[in-house]
Design a protein around this ligand. Structure first.
Ligand SMILES: C[S@@+](CC[C@H](N)C(=O)[O-])C[C@H]1O[C@@H](n2cnc3c(N)ncnc32)[C@H](O)[C@@H]1O
Ligand code: SF4
Ligand code: SF4
Length: 321
């Protein structure tokens, strides 16, 4: 089956016609009337993680709150937020979302085929009947991934992906189609991009790249703008020509990543931060975007140095603030 939109073929598009039609009308209203609807959603469904990765934004603003929303609280929230606004796809994050599988199940029940789970992949990957797909985070090849995410993390994740793929098809599609890898490029791992691609092409469906976004001007993990970063981007563009169906970033998006595309200091300017409704683990809206916080006093991401994929792809598609 040929992929037309983000891993979907013609049958998927016809089956979920209302969702695609709503998406089309939103794009038209943005272009014609300069409206600012929520197009996508993200939800931190859990306030816990089993890892403490050195690059992670979530730990920078996390509050140590124990009580979490119940499954029924989430069901109500989904209805009153994402479904009410006819959001196209909701990405579940955290923390580690696979530590609250009953909430993932609830999202999949409420919004079938419209839910992606972003996971560190260290827990076995369940076959959720109505999931859209998994984004599994791999931050480079084994040694470098483990230096960011902890010893043994890569091997666990690799095993869980391979076990999932070896299992039965899901809704008539082979299991490998469900696995997309996301790599966040930083100053430690940028030399392992090609190695990661070579290791996984032909095994999983797609790979997407974004760049590390700092919260502090002296963050050594940020890959500075300039010749070196531009070469990294050019290399991915070259690899994309070799593997066009595997690397999912567009050339336009990758070109944006060479410099500032989102905003000034910590203020979004061109970034369409309004397009993604981002909720934290309490269901409160995060600002200025999905890597921010609902607490206005929390540390802020530096828009000027931003490399976040889900917003830069929108800018590349012509959506601006
Ligand atoms: C916060 S994690 C939550 C989901 C899950 N625990 C995981 O690791 O995939 C979501 C994604 O954000 C990425 N990420 C973490 N810190 C980042 C940063 N400072 N800039 C850009 N992406 C970041 C992670 O690599 C991961 O792919
Ligand atoms: S596993 Fe995900 S949420 Fe947890 S620390 Fe790593 S990047 Fe952050
Ligand atoms: S995605 Fe980047 S540019 Fe946009 S608001 Fe967040 S940090 Fe700023």
């Amino acid at each position: 089956m040929v992929d037309l939109v983000y891993g979907m073929g013609i049958t998927d598009i016809v089956r979920d016609f209302p969702a695609h039609f709503s998406m089309l009308t939103k794009y038209l209203s943005i272009k014609l009337f300069k409206s600012k609807p929520f197009i996508y959603g993200s939800a931190d469904i859990i306030n816990i993680c089993n890892l403490h990765c050195s690059h992670c934004y979530w730990w920078k603003t996390r509050r140590n709150e124990k009580d979490e929303l119940s499954v029924e609280d989430w069901r109500k929230l989904i209805k009153n937020t994402f479904k009410k606004h006819h959001v196209y796809v909701v990405t579940l994050v955290g923390g580690e979302p696979l530590m609250r599988q009953e909430v993932v199940e609830t999202f999949c029940e409420e919004m079938p085929r419209r839910i992606c789970v972003v996971t560190n992949g260290t827990y076995p990957l369940p076959r959720f009947k109505n999931l859209y797909f998994y984004w599994v985070s791999l931050d480079g090849t084994e040694q470098i991934h483990d230096s960011i995410r902890g010893k043994g993390a890569y091997a666990k994740t690799k095993k869980n992906i391979l076990d999932y793929i070896a299992g039965p098809s899901r809704n008539g599609k082979p299991a490998w189609k469900d696995i997309w890898i996301t790599m966040t490029i930083n100053s430690m791992n940028y030399k392992t991009i090609e190695g990661l691609i070579e290791e996984w092409k032909g095994t999983i469906n797609k790979i997407g790249f974004q760049f590390h976004t700092p919260f502090d001007d002296n963050d050594p993990l940020w890959l500075p703008f300039g010749e070196n970063r531009s070469k990294v981007v050019d290399k991915i563009i070259e690899l994309r020509k070799r593997y066009p169906d595997f690397i999912m970033n567009t050339e336009k998006q990758l070109q944006l990543m060479k410099g500032t595309w989102g905003g000034t200091k910590t203020t979004p300017i061109d970034c369409p931060s309004w397009a993604i409704l981002s909720l934290d683990h309490k269901g409160k809206t995060k600002h200025p975007c999905c890597i921010g916080s609902s607490d206005s006093n929390a540390l802020k991401p530096i828009c000027e140095k931003c490399g976040v994929g889900c917003y830069s792809i929108l800018v590349a598609q012509g959506l601006k603030n």
